[in-house]
Design a protein around this ligand. Structure first.
Ligand code: PLP
Length: 458
């Protein structure tokens, strides 16, 4: 019988995260004065131990035992050979997916929520605030805060809040509080509602609300947490790629292709960065971040300095951006509705080390259903973007008669996204091609921003 799952024992879990900043250069974030941000500038927003990690270029960083203890609730996660999908596609490719849907909230997000809650706790923080798109990140932080006895407040993008009521119940099960964003609780929220009372919301607006809620707590015991984009988030997520590498090693495989969907870039970075490291050191591997065609940050937007949020509370980050005021259309993959992209992922795309792709909503759901009908698991709408790319590559391998090894990150399950699947089956979903004129208007916001320098890592 062919092996279907490759499992690591608990004591084989990686003990260190891989920090890509040891191997690539990125432009520094800039403060309001146009100068690089200093650690103390970020102190009202994040605890200093995480700020140090954000700015570190140490290649390997130890994972604290207290963090490993919580991660082993579900880690190491399985690496699964998609035998039934391969058969359905009649492909000579061997497809492996790293199943991150086995975590309590159902996605890769707690891989960073747990260390972030831990470092906040150690620093003496009592409450964390955050945004959430699809609800996966808010659930993950609620779960992590619960593990370490912290309060948690989540601003959930309005369109997803309405589409997925059970995400709020999940957050509340772990003691978190969740409100729809824009809310009337913050200035950023009130401003957004004034601009458009019927706005579907966006991650950019929700981030502004959560930052404002953290920095305006005069007790000094609240900090903000971001579920993607930042360097320390990418760092924490590398546990996935490091595990996958060990698992493939056990069966004598190495991927020709590594694929992850990309919203802010964290699950992609987590699966891909350990392989990016190999590629920088001369190994041949194709690496594809996959984004929605309706929010094409890496594939169409310019590489600029832009804010991470709509109200411009964050520093200027060097990244591919559609403009901080861009409100993506209400397609059903809330975690991919973000105007920017992680600076590390943006830099790798700029240098051609990774090759961004985009897929439309309908082709993503088509792939999701195909995979659910062969592999059984129902993927999150975000994950279907990565799967669509894997299916395309498997078809290509068949046409070329090549035995490619494809590694794809299964970033989450879709069990709280069935409303969207229902609408797909009822032919109620549509594609939202992004009009060139709309994009040109949106990117005007950074006309006067400084330009990031062209850097070379290899
Ligand atoms: C299941 C799932 N996959 C992917 C993403 C995209 O985020 P990122 O690009 O940071 O991995 C999200 C974000 O909410 C998500 O919930």
């Amino acid at each position: 019988m062919e092996v279907r799952k490759v499992l690591l024992k608990e004591d084989e879990i990686p003990r260190q995260w891989y920090n890509i900043l040891a191997d690539i250069k990125i432009n520094p974030p800039l403060g309001p004065d146009g100068n690089p941000v200093k650690p103390e500038d970020l102190a009202p927003v994040f605890p200093m131990n995480l700020i140090e990690q954000e700015m570190s270029d140490q290649r390997w960083i130890d994972i604290p035992d207290e963090v490993l203890r919580v991660l082993t609730i579900w880690r190491p996660s399985p690496l699964v050979r998609a035998l039934s999908l391969e058969k359905a596609l009649k492909t000579p490719a061997r497809i492996y997916f790293k199943n991150e849907s086995v975590s309590p909230p159902g996605s890769h997000k707690p891989n960073t929520a747990v260390p972030q809650a831990y470092y906040n706790k150690v620093f003496g923080i009592k409450k964390m605030t955050t945004e959430t798109g699809a609800g996966q990140w808010g659930s993950a932080l609620s779960f992590a805060c619960c593990q370490f006895g912290l309060e948690c407040k989540v601003y959930m993008v309005r369109v997803s809040f309405d589409q997925k009521p059970y995400r709020k119940a999940m957050m509340e099960s772990w003691g978190g509080r969740c409100v729809a964003s824009p809310s009337a609780e913050t200035k950023a929220g009130r401003d957004a509602l004034e601009r458009d009372p019927n706005t579907p919301g966006s991650l950019g607006i929700a981030i502004s609300e959560a930052i404002e809620a953290a920095v305006s707590d005069t007790s000094g015991q609240t900090r903000y947490s971001l579920g993607s984009v930042l360097n320390h988030v990418m760092l924490h997520q590398t546990i996935m790629g490091l595990e996958a590498k060990k698992q493939l090693d056990l069966i004598g495989e190495y991927p020709d292709i590594v694929i992850g969907c990309a919203g802010g870039g964290s699950n992609f970075a987590g699966i891909a960065f350990p392989f990016v490291c190999d590629k920088i050191n001369g190994r041949q591997v194709e690496i594809y971040p996959v984004e929605p065609a309706a929010c094409p940050t890496l594939t169409r937007a310019p590489f600029v300095y832009d804010h991470g949020d709509t109200a411009r509370y964050t520093p200027l980050l060097p990244m591919h951006s559609l403009g901080h005021a861009f409100v993506p259309p209400p397609f059903h993959a809330g975690g991919l509705r973000y105007h920017g992209m992680a600076p590390t992922v943006s830099q790798l795309a700029m240098e051609g080390i990774i090759a961004p792709r985009s897929v439309t909503q309908l082709s993503a759901y088509e792939a999701g259903v195909l995979v659910a009908r062969s592999e059984g698991h129902i993927p999150a709408p975000e994950t279907t973007h990565a799967l669509a790319c894997a299916v395309e590559e498997a078809h290509k391998a068949r046409e070329e008669g090549k035995e490619k090894v494809i590694l794809v990150n299964w970033s989450g399950h879709g069990l709280l996204d069935l409303g969207a699947y229902e609408r797909y089956f009822a032919h109620e979903l549509q594609d939202y091609p992004l009009d060139e004129a709309v994009m040109a208007e949106s990117v005007k916001v950074f006309a006067n921003h400084p330009r990031p320098a062209a850097l070379k890592s290899r």
